[in-house]
Write a protein that binds this ligand. Sequence first.
Ligand SMILES: [Zn+2]
Length: 182
Amino acid sequence: MDRLIKGYGEFKKRADLRLYEKLGKGQFPHTFVISCSDSRIVPEKIFSAEAGDLFVLRNVGNLAGLDDPCFLSALEYALLHLEVDNILVLSHSECGAVKALSEREHIDTEGLEKWFAHETYDGNSMDEAVRNNGIRQYNRILQHALVSRTMKDRELKVELLFFDISTLRLERFCGDKWEEIK
Ligand SMILES: [Zn+2]
């Protein structure tokens, strides 16, 4: 706890008070991000975003489960109330969730069993499986009725990115291939 309190002190010293005063009246994030809970993946840092820019849902494995009330409520809120311009699935290298799927016999607790009920390890390597996990979530989002309806009504982009932790390389999924973002 001491580390957190010390961190808060530093945050308070550096915080842009005018920005927070404005944010106190409401939020207008441009992007809904579905990211992994992994401590190494911090969307705000990766995209140099300020408080108020990103509406973020973090969970184990950046899953967009269509029977997950947590994901669904965040999606509905992001589209219907916040009217975000983008939905982004942010997948990453060395994802512990995808690794767990490769050793299914180790998924032996109630929470993990439920969480991974609709997920499989799909790939010939960790790298491929992580990317395929991202594609699976991305496709689920695209198939969601509210998403397709919103895309017909107004400008809304659905994107999938892959972040490599050790090299900081960022790649964008372009339908059939991945392209590095420079
Ligand atoms: Zn992960």
